[in-house]
Write a protein that binds this ligand. Structure first.
Ligand SMILES: [Zn+2]
Ligand SMILES: [Zn+2]
Length: 283
């Protein structure tokens, strides 16, 4: 078997498998390598690395960073970055602080308007969860009977034009790219087709990002169609970037997305990891 998965989440962010369980499943599926790319945290790496040695699966340390570019939320994958790098740590700490601060504000406003919730209730409902946000708040409101679905709560109460919406600061994409490079990591823009942009805007973003030190694009992804995949590979070629690939597996959190195979026919070859490791040598 020569397949890999370079985009996976664990219980350290919003996935439902522990790092060890993820690596065990990767082995059972015959994957040769697996990356842990939790949101804004390196917490799963030690357990993942040890599991990799135990099960004989190559472990790739990664992280998925939430950033902002021209008003759009862009996810930046970073592989092999030194988690002790000061600049990167500062930006990631800021992101975590901003998320917590925003949740607190939204929950307070809901509370003041008569919804019987507070942050303690939310935290108790999702123990250990570091990626708490609007869906979690909405889930609690759903369980208490105040909305009919998680989506309804997110959109009608906390959506962009809704009464309890609180905007959130995001680290600018180019700042994160520079910090990841400074930390010796490989910055890769994730799932290029999940952003509301035209291909022309995508090209412009990639051009600017490449100038700032971007090294790769996520070339294979669960929800890309054939044309999209080809376009991402063409962008990579145009700007001298590598391509990575992964499912964005979250376990039960995204039931339709399977480890390794995505929605069924994802096949990420080991060769992409070789390219990624080569890029990691660029300093
Ligand atoms: Zn993402
Ligand atoms: Zn992801």
């Amino acid at each position: 078997m020569d397949r890999i998965d370079l985009h996976c989440h664990t219980t350290c962010s919003d996935g439902t498998d522990s790092p060890k369980e993820l690596v065990r499943k990767a082995k059972a599926l015959g994957l040769r390598a697996v990356a842990i790319t939790d949101h804004d945290t390196f917490r799963g790496h030690m357990e993942g690395m040890l599991a990799g040695m135990e099960y004989g699966v190559e472990f790739v340390p990664g992280v998925e960073l939430s950033s902002m570019y021209m008003g759009e939320h862009i996810h930046l994958l970073a592989y092999y970055a030194d988690e002790h790098s000061r600049r990167l740590k500062e930006l990631m700490d800021r992101a975590v602080y901003e998320r917590a601060h925003r949740n607190k504000k939204m929950v307070q406003r809901l509370h003041d308007a008569g919804y019987p919730i507070d942050m303690d209730i939310i935290r108790e409902r999702f123990p250990g969860q570091t990626m708490i946000g609007r869906p979690h708040i909405s889930e609690v409101l759903l369980e208490k009977g105040y909305v009919n679905s998680v989506r309804e709560g997110v959109v009608t109460l906390m959506g962009r034009d809704a009464p309890f919406y609180v905007p959130r600061y995001h680290v600018p994409l180019l700042d994160y790219i520079r910090a990841v490079r400074e930390a010796g990591g490989v910055p890769v823009i994730a799932h290029l087709y999940q952003y509301r942009m035209t291909d022309e805007q995508r090209r412009e973003m990639i051009r600017e990002a490449a100038d700032a030190g971007l090294l790769g694009l996520e070339g294979m992804y669960s929800t890309y169609d054939k044309d999209q995949q080809e376009t991402v590979f063409a962008f990579a070629k145009e700007f001298g970037l590598i391509c990575t690939g992964g499912s964005d597996y979250h376990g039960e959190g995204k039931p339709g997305i399977h480890l390794g195979t995505g929605m069924g026919d994802l096949k990420v070859p080991y060769a992409l990891l070789e390219g990624l490791r080569e890029a990691a040598k660029k300093r």
